[in-house]
Design a protein around this ligand. Structure first.
Ligand SMILES: NC(=O)C1=CN([C@@H]2O[C@H](COP(=O)(O)OP(=O)(O)OC[C@H]3O[C@@H](n4cnc5c(N)ncnc54)[C@H](OP(=O)(O)O)[C@@H]3O)[C@@H](O)[C@H]2O)C=CC1
Ligand SMILES: O=C(O)C1=N[C@H](C(=O)O)C[C@H](O)C1
Length: 218
């Protein structure tokens, strides 16, 4: 992502990379690097975009604490398409209700470290929000007597090749299925979205923001 963001900066004259005096810190790294990035943003008193996924509860709490002193935007996916998909998933879950089972399927390149993807988890959260409840997660199934837990949201992850990022949210009802999908063909979609988020963040007060704040009402 570092290379994709550098390429996105090169195609837009209003941005420049400055490792020491930037207006916004953009973090697409690894969970173990996040605390250092947050500390750096607080010390410099500049907003930070957190694009890193695979974060545990402690890291998420730390992001929330940090957002009391600076503007923080956490986004597991900075593409416009996924921002819209989250809205569609929330709406579909609200309309369809508990009678439809929800499964999230994702595929990524062979080097991805975390599973399910951050986007898959955010889509699961959006579906649970639509149903008006907290997500109950059911991970990949393997074995026997694995009937679905009622109301759970199931996750499955595929890995291989250079796949940039595929996400399907499957609503399985009685004798019909609704599938909402997103396909990322190039990492530049994440990079351009990250710059849009950085531009938004540069003028924000302390607080916790999301891509929904960047794209506005969809
Ligand atoms: N929000 C979004 O839209 C997207 C999020 N992502 C997420 O962004 C993250 C990065 O993905 P990707 O670019 O593919 O990963 P890469 O492994 O290609 O790059 C990770 C980068 O982070 C650096 N890094 C790793 N660990 C540390 C550390 N402990 N301290 C300092 N720097 C560190 C690496 O440095 P070095 O090269 O020196 O090892 C490398 O430059 C992942 O969590 C991924 O899921 C990815 C795409 C889109
Ligand atoms: O690691 C990746 O590549 C990606 N990670 C993000 C995620 O975990 O959802 C976003 C995108 O799908 C690519």
């Amino acid at each position: 992502m570092g290379k994709a963001i550098a390429a996105a900066v090169a195609e837009d004259d209003s941005f420049a990379l400055d490792p020491d005096h930037g207006d916004v810190i953009v973090d697409f790294s690894a969970p173990e690097a996040l605390a250092g990035s947050l500390d750096r943003a607080v010390r410099a008193a500049v907003p930070i975009l957190v694009g890193t996924t695979g974060l545990d509860d402690l890291a998420i709490r730390r992001i929330e604490e940090t957002s009391r002193s600076i503007a923080v935007l956490r986004a597991s996916n900075t593409s416009l398409g996924v921002a819209l998909l989250e809205e569609l998933v929330e709406r579909a879950a609200r309309v369809l209700g508990r009678g439809w089972d929800i499964e999230v399927l994702e595929m990524h390149h062979r080097l991805k470290r975390d599973a399910p993807s951050g986007t898959a988890l955010s889509l699961g959260d959006a579906a649970a929000r639509g149903r008006g409840e907290t997500m109950r997660k059911e991970d990949s199934r393997s074995g026997r007597d694995l009937q679905r837990m009622e109301g759970a949201i199931g996750f499955a992850s595929l890995r291989g090749g250079t796949v940039v990022g595929d996400h399907d949210v499957i609503f399985a009802g009685t004798e019909e299925r609704l599938v909402l999908s997103h396909r990322a063909d190039n990492r530049m979609i994440f990079a351009r979205g990250a710059l849009a988020a950085a531009r938004f963040l540069a003028t924000q007060k302390p607080g916790l923001y999301s891509m929904r704040d960047v794209v506005g009402a969809l």
